[in-house]
Design a protein around this ligand. Structure first.
Ligand code: PHE
Ligand code: CO
Length: 298
């Protein structure tokens, strides 16, 4: 994984490289038409290869909520049409996918989420990026995020996050909030009766990080703790050194329900924790043996 979302690395201007994607024809809310007809046969074939590789990994490592939704949707035969998924998503959780050229500004992103619209990038990576991609593409956005939007509690959590983002934007607290997104929506683990499973999209769309996050002895795995997460930095170009583990999606929703304004005030100016840190107060599922890793394959 090598990008940041909802806080840094947006088109607002902190990426090191020029953004991919065609921002020419977008509407004022940064949406575009998917233009499904324009995908080539090679792109559909690359999608099938990406999908098959992930499918073989998720059965044992993704949470049931993800696996069940993915099986129902069955979008492995080629790049899906957003319209077809939207027809299923609307009755399930009243979310909709909207097509975007790539990363969008923070506030735009938050406003879409607050209105139950999930922005999905329209372009697919090149074949040479099978294992590694520097920005979210349609495969990450779709495969990683869409199945979880079918879970009612998680779907509500993402909307609440969007609303919280609009507020954090006003309060200058986006960095703290972005850490929460990173360690939950992108890299979250859940402790299920079957053992640890992944629900984060950054994990689930990555060939290498699925088994690493769930099984490797290298990273730390620590119980979810909201304020702790909001103070914990993260790396964008390696596997994570620490994963945070929730017990269920209700815990995530409830822990994040209070007004964050006093939390931001409390944490403002405090030291942040390095991604590899284990604190005395942590509920440690596993202390990592080698929490520092080299650059990964997304
Ligand atoms: N309750 C948070 C606030 O008042 C909003 C939020 C909800 C943020 C869920 C993240 C996730 O700011
Ligand atoms: Co993502």
């Amino acid at each position: 994984m090598a990008w940041e979302r909802a806080g840094r690395g947006s088109v607002a201007g902190e990426t090191a490289h020029k953004l991919r994607g065609d921002y020419g024809d977008m509407r004022s809310d940064h949406t575009v038409d998917q233009d499904w007809e324009a995908y080539t046969a090679d792109e559909h074939e690359l999608w099938r290869r990406l999908y098959r590789r992930q499918e073989s990994l998720i059965a044992r490592h993704a949470c049931d909520e993800f696996n069940n939704a993915l099986a129902d949707l069955n979008f492995g035969e080629g790049i899906p049409r957003f319209g077809a998924i939207n027809a299923k998503l609307r009755p399930a959780t009243n979310w909709q996918l909207v097509a975007v050229p790539g990363l969008v500004p923070d506030l735009t992103f938050f406003e879409h989420l607050a209105n139950r619209r999930f922005p999905v990038t329209v372009w697919l990576r090149d074949p040479g990026e099978f294992d590694y991609i520097v920005e979210p593409d349609i495969f990450h956005d779709f495969f990683g995020h869409v199945p979880m939007l079918f879970n009612p509690v998680f779907a509500d959590y993402i909307q609440a996050y969007g609303r919280g983002g609009i507020k954090a934007h006003e309060l200058g607290a986006i960095e703290m909030l972005a850490r929460l997104y990173w360690y939950t929506v992108e890299f979250g683990l859940i402790h299920t009766p079957k053992g640890l499973r992944a629900y984060g999209a950054g994990i689930l769309s990555s060939g290498g990080e699925i088994p690493y996050s769930v099984e490797s002895a290298d990273p730390n795995r620590i119980g979810f703790d909201l304020l702790r997460i909001m103070q914990t930095r993260y790396k964008i170009d390696t596997y994570q050194e620490t994963y945070f583990v929730i017990r269920d999606f209700g815990q995530l929703f409830e822990a994040t329900a209070p007004d964050f304004s006093p939390y931001y005030a409390q944490l403002n100016g405090r030291d942040t924790f390095a991604p590899s840190t284990v604190l005395a107060g942590d509920r440690v599922y596993q202390r990592g043996l080698a929490p520092v890793r080299t650059a990964n394959g997304a």
